[in-house]
Ligand binder design. Structure first.
Ligand code: PLP
Length: 287
C-alpha cells in the first residue's frame, strides 16, 4: 500500500515527499511541530494539540499555513489514505522558504506545512514491564515551553540514554532537579503518596498527556503537586513514570541503573494508564 505525506497542499507518495533546501526549518530550525496520538483510528486530545500548535506559532510569529478547520480535514484525509489505526500524526510548520538570513524574511513568505503518519503497535491498558531512564544534563534554551523543531539537545540526550541501554533520558537542571524527559514529561509518586510532576513554566514543554493526566488525577482525588523534584528524590520514590502522546503513561523502573520501588510498574502508574486508555478510547474514529 502506498504511504502518503501531505506537503504544502498536496498528498504525495511518502518516498517522493520533499521540501526546498532553503526551507527555514531545514536551515535554521525555524519551525514548530505537533505529534498527535492515534488509537483505534481516533485522534487523542486533538483540540489541545492544535491549541498548543497555535500557541507555538504565535510565540514565534509564524502565520497559520491554512485554516484551523482545514488542518482537521487534511489530517483526517491523510489518516484515511494511510489507513492509520494506531500510531501518530506528525505536523510541522516552518516559517517557509527564503534566502538564508537569520532575521525573518522581509517580504511575505508562505509558511510550509508537512504532515506524516506513523503506525505503531496498539497501546492498551497493560503498561508492560516498565522502562529504564538515564539522567543527562539539561543543556536546552530558556523557551522549552515552545514545541520547536530545534531538538538537538534532546537528540543527544536520547542517544546517550539509548547507548547506555535506557529507553529515555531524564534531563537534570543546575539545581539537580529533573525537568522532563527528552521527549516525555517526568512524574514520581513519593513515599507519602504524593503524585509529583514539575510545574509547567519555560523550563519544560507542557505536555498534552500531562494536562489530561492532571484532570484524571484530580478526578481520582489523588494528592497531586506540581513542583521541582531532584534526581535523588526520584530514585527514592515509590514509583516513577513518563507521559507523552505516543507512550501514554509508561512506568519507569530504573533510574541510572538504580531500581525504583520494587522494580515493577506501581499501582498509581497502572491506574493512570488504565484511565488514560479509557479517555483515548472516547473520541470519534476516522472512517
Ligand atoms: N516533553 C518534551 C520535551 C516532548 O518533546 C514531549 C513530546 O514530544 C513531551 C514532553 C510530552 O508531550 P505530549 O504529552 O504533548 O506528547
Amino acid at each position: 500500500m502506498a504511504r502518503y505525506a501531505y506537503v504544502n497542499g498536496r498528498y504525495v507518495d511518502h518516498r517522493d515527499a520533499h521540501v526546498h533546501i532553503e526551507d527555514r526549518g531545514y536551515q535554521l530550525a525555524d519551525g514548530v511541530y505537533e505529534v498527535v496520538g492515534v488509537r483505534d483510528g481516533k485522534l487523542i486530545d486533538e483540540v489541545a494539540h492544535i491549541d498548543r500548535l497555535d500557541r507555538s506559532l504565535r510565540e514565534l510569529r509564524i502565520a497559520w499555513p491554512l485554516a484551523r478547520r482545514t488542518l482537521g480535514f487534511v489530517t483526517r484525509e491523510l489518516m484515511r489514505r494511510n489507513r492509520l489505526r494506531d500510531g501518530l500524526v506528525y505536523m510541522q510548520v516552518t516559517r517557509g522558504v527564503a534566502r538564508r538570513d537569520h532575521a525573518f524574511p522581509t517580504t511575505p513568505v508562505k509558511p510550509a506545512l508537512v504532515l506524516t503518519t506513523k503506525n505503531t503497535r496498539h497501546l492498551g491498558a497493560d503498561p508492560g514491564p516498565g522502562v529504564a531512564v538515564k539522567s543527562h544534563p539539561d543543556i536546552r534554551w530558556d523557551r522549552c515551553d515552545i514545541k520547536t523543531v530545534a531538538l538537538l539537545p534532546n537528540v543527544l540526550a536520547k542517544q546517550a540514554a539509548r547507548e547506555s541501554g535506557a529507553y529515555e533520558a531524564w534531563l537534570v537542571d543546575d539545581e539537580g532537579c529533573v525537568t522532563e524527559g527528552a521527549s516525555t514529561n517526568a512524574w514520581i509518586v513519593t513515599p507519602k503518596d504524593e503524585l509529583v510532576t514539575r510545574q509547567s513554566d519555560n523550563g519544560i514543554l507542557a505536555g498534552i498527556t500531562r494536562g489530561t493526566l492532571k484532570s484524571i488525577a484530580n478526578a481520582l482525588q489523588l494528592k497531586f503537586v506540581e513542583r521541582p523534584f531532584t534526581l535523588d528524590e526520584a530514585k527514592k520514590a515509590k514509583e516513577a513514570f513518563i507521559t507523552s502522546a505516543t507512550s501514554f503513561v509508561t512506568p519507569v523502573v530504573k533510574i541510572d541503573g538504580e531500581t525504583v520501588g520494587d522494580g515493577k510498574p506501581g499501582p498509581t502508574a497502572r491506574r493512570l494508564r488504565e484511565e488514560y486508555v479509557r479517555f483515548a478510547a472516547a473520541g470519534e474514529a476516522v472512517t
